[in-house]
Ligand binder design. Structure first.
Ligand code: SF4
Ligand code: SF4
Length: 71
C-alpha cells in the first residue's frame, strides 16, 4: 500500500477544514493547542502513519498550505 507524508505551511492555514473533510483516511484535524499568525487553529495530521500520499488534501486546500510526498 502506498505511503505518504504531509507537511503544512501552518502560517497560511485558515482552518476551513476542507482537507479534514476530504481526507479519505480521516487523519487530519485542527490543532486546538496552537493558534497561527492569522488567528486560526491550523490543521495537523493526527495519524501520520496512516497517510497514503493520495494528495487529495493538498488539492482541496485553497491556500496552498499542504505539501504531499509519496513513496
Ligand atoms: S495525502 Fe491523502 S491520506 Fe494523506 S493526509 Fe492527505 S488526503 Fe489524507
Ligand atoms: S484546506 Fe487548507 S486552509 Fe483549510 S484547513 Fe486545510 S490546510 Fe487549512
Amino acid at each position: 500500500m502506498a505511503k505518504g507524508r504531509v507537511r503544512f505551511h501552518t502560517e497560511r492555514c485558515k482552518a476551513c477544514e476542507l482537507c479534514v473533510h476530504f481526507c479519505p483516511r480521516k487523519i487530519l484535524g485542527v490543532d486546538m493547542d496552537t493558534i497561527n499568525l492569522l488567528g486560526y487553529h491550523p490543521v495537523k495530521v493526527n495519524l501520520p502513519e496512516n497517510c497514503n500520499g493520495c494528495g487529495i488534501c493538498a488539492l482541496m486546500c485553497p491556500d496552498l498550505v499542504i505539501e504531499v510526498e509519496r513513496d
